[in-house]
Ligand binder design. Sequence first.
Ligand code: MG
Length: 283
Amino acid sequence: MTKWPVGVFASVDAGLGVHLEVVRELGVPSIQLHAPHRETRTPEAARAFLTKCADAAITVTAVFGGFEGESYADIATTSRTVGLVPEATRAARVQEMKEISDFTRLLGCDTVALHIGFVPEDHASANYRDLLKTTQDLLDHVARNGQNLHLETGQESADHLLHFISDVGRSNLFINFDPANMILYGTGEPIAALKKVGKFVRSVHCKDAKWAPEGVRGTAWGQEVALGDGDVGMENYLRTLLEIGYTGPLTIEREIPQDPVRQKADIGHAVRLLESLRKKILG
Ligand code: MG
């Protein structure tokens, strides 16, 4: 693959991504896929999906896990409901994530990813210890499928995420860096965070956002906006990716599935912006 192929976050029947039709119309060569619902994760569905991808010359670069019961309504609800952190659903969700890893293997893809949730701050707590064990168990399953696991950024500061990765201590755990999430969740200035976690970054999202007002940052959402209209600074972001040695896909996310017309238009604009910046930076 060439350096920095453009990608887009796509969905079959779950998640906030665009459908394959839209990816094809936009002429984008790679996707990250939100894992479909359990009943669609069959060998037949995988084969049919791969045929469609091959026909449109689209490569699947990662599959993102997501679970029933997750809600991003506000930061407090996200903390309570998302990922492997909530204890009541941890065992069932890690089992489902293993199934998603198996489905990902059927797609011939070597990367699974997820929002793990808000990792507990208290590293001595039983909850944190159990989360470590659960993550190690998942990583061992993922490794048997010849895959890596990428953690989406945003719910932890860069330092907290590095600490967690070090504690997990597995060689197939990496990061999917999302600069807008650092702003949306108020967990840190994205460029500084990217420099800190750079050596673990194996995939990225190209998404933009504006900070929440100073007093409510970290408790109220910032605002996700079209690429280039927010506070990330896309040229600086790409130059920093080059600096850390990242050459993988630039996967666009625009999380407004309730407005598919605008979603497609914004993604089209983002493709052009990334292509022009790539030309300016890489020559
Ligand atoms: Mg993201």
